[in-house]
Write a protein that binds this ligand. Sequence first.
Ligand code: SF4
Ligand code: SF4
Length: 143
Amino acid sequence: MSTQEPPVIGKDALGREVKDLSVIPWWGVDRKKIEWHPTINYDRCAGCGLCFVSCGRRVFDWDTKKGRPVVARPYNCLVGCNTCQNLCPCNAISFPSVEYVKRLVARYAVKKAFAIVSKLTPIKASTEEAEISGTGERPVESM
Ligand code: SF4
Ligand code: SF4
């Protein structure tokens, strides 16, 4: 985790402040090396604007000539979030597979997160190792 304050890099088509959130590493990984962001299928997009208006991370901007959203700041997207995909009424937004993100989580995030919360709620190490294996499976208890 980083304490680096993301710089303001301008305003979007609605005049809202835009920050460069890509400077914030994701669990120690350069955010720009993680290919998690929306892709728009313009054959499906109806130009309703919901994705652009509702994403608080300013991933989208608006093409005022075409009346369509653009993925202007892909690395501002929160790794693992796919809210805009869920909200899009036209199913025009796609993301990489969830398995891609789960592999990243297993590799970089879970142990660090566990180290933080285990200070709040100490539990046995055997349970820790089982739950952070990244497989999503509970281990078979040894007899
Ligand atoms: S929410 Fe979907 S249909 Fe609406 S502008 Fe965004 S991509 Fe297009
Ligand atoms: S997934 Fe979330 S953070 Fe990423 S563009 Fe969509 S709404 Fe914004």
